[in-house]
Design a protein around this ligand. Structure first.
Ligand code: HH2
Length: 266
């Protein structure tokens, strides 16, 4: 899944794809690099980011979604917590809703159910506006981060199913960096196999350029390619079915090479 942030303030690429031309060019770039899904978002989730009203999100993303889905024939995911934004984007050709709020608004599940769309449910606690800072969260916030994330995600998934979302249309995302400090995110990724085994849905990992990856190499977001590719590779080996990334070409290259090297007699 390639990331198309149509925002002025995303943590690693804010403002780069805000104009309609730049956003379309970003879609073209992601598809040329081999993205299977284009994730379009009009609201940053960086800590402290203000909520963006639905109207403003739609001004940013609707034409981009339409372009990617209708003109480029891409599989489009809309990254939003807003039922109104989700409904308009599904109508414009998106096939999936990416919810970073872990179903804070049940209206979102109703919209997804009505459209027969897919729903990425990402584990989180509270909104980005409430988050203190990148990778800041109390150590005592979890009894066991893996067990707690699975329990809380499963409860949200059951709510979504009760609201009409098809069980087989759910994707699980542990929510790296969301209500988790760096140690908690690292532990969650390290033990991803346990999550994959426990959850009856495909697992998606979004670790790309995130600050918890800087423990080994403290560099700014745009310089975290190596760490991001390593994390994606680790996630896929642990059983993740999707990785949400900024750098599709490098990630694909690494995954394809890894697969080749693991082939026997090839
Ligand atoms: N992370 C971000 C945004 N959306 N969605 C899912 N499912 N999983 C994630 O890990 C995830 C996500 C944050 O990254 P980014 O989009 O690059 O930044 P911003 O939220 O500042 O636009």
């Amino acid at each position: 899944m390639g990331i198309c942030n149509v925002t002025p303030d995303s943590f690693s690429d804010g403002g780069r794809h805000l104009s309609p031309e730049a956003a379309r060019a970003r879609v073209d770039e992601l598809l040329a690099e081999g993205a299977d899904i284009v994730d379009v978002g009009g609201e940053s989730t960086r800590p402290g980011a203000p909520a963006v009203p639905a109207k403003e999100q739609l001004l940013r993303v609707l034409e981009v979604v339409r372009y990617a889905a209708k003109e480029r024939g891409a599989c489009v995911s809309i990254d939003t917590r807003s039922p109104e934004v989700a409904a308009a984007c599904l109508e414009a050709g998106a096939q999936e809703v990416n919810d970073v709020s872990c179903l804070a608004d049940e209206g979102l599940a109703k919209v997804v159910a009505q459209a027969g769309a897919a729903l990425v449910l990402m584990h989180a606690r509270g909104t980005q506006t409430e988050m203190a800072g990148f990778s800041q969260y109390p150590a005592e916030g979890y009894r066991d981060v893996v067990a707690d994330v699975i329990i809380e995600w499963t409860a949200a998934a059951e709510r979504a199913v009760a609201l009409g979302v098809a069980r087989e249309h759910l994707v699980m995302d542990p929510g790296f960096g969301f209500a988790k400090n760096a140690a908690q995110s690292l532990e969650l990724l390290r033990r991803l196999e346990e999550v994959v085994r426990a959850v009856p849905a495909p697992v998606m990992v979004g670790a790309s350029r995130k600050s918890f990856l800087t423990k080994a190499a403290p560099v700014p977001p745009a310089e975290r390619l190596g760490a991001s590719v390593a994390a994606a590779l680790f996630a896929v080996r642990a059983g993740a079915k999707l990785v949400r990334v900024h750098d599709v070409r490098a990630t694909r290259q690494a995954l394809a090479t890894d697969r080749l090297l693991h082939e026997r007699g090839g």
